[in-house]
Design a protein around this ligand. Sequence first.
Ligand code: AMP
Length: 114
Amino acid sequence: MTDDCLFCRIVAGEIPADVVRRGDGMLAFRDIAPKAPVHVLVIPERHVHSIAGVDGLDSDERAQMLAFIADVAAQEGIEESGYRVTTNHGPDALQSVFHLHWHVMGGTTLSESM
Ligand code: AMP
């Protein structure tokens, strides 16, 4: 837990979120400004600043994170129709929240430029 981290505060229940799945040290909740009909953020509960800090997660957590992303997409009903998973690191990618998160987007045909 990092006190000044928005997503750590969501994990701790200090800030409300529309949680869709929780388990195995992972949390999934709806993006507050969705860019697709389904736009869920998947985060490890343990704080790492971005994918560049993924060494801060152990190998079990990394494996669980990938499986969790796929489980969330299936739960959201977009496994057949398709979905995109992205993560942003650093200024060129316009990362705005500095806690590793995966955007899981689907529910429509996504723009090539997203
Ligand atoms: P990024 O720009 O990749 O760092 O993505 C951060 C994402 O977090 C953006 O898509 C925001 O809309 C989303 N976001 C910011 N604050 C919240 C919040 N309180 N609850 C849910 N999503 C949020």
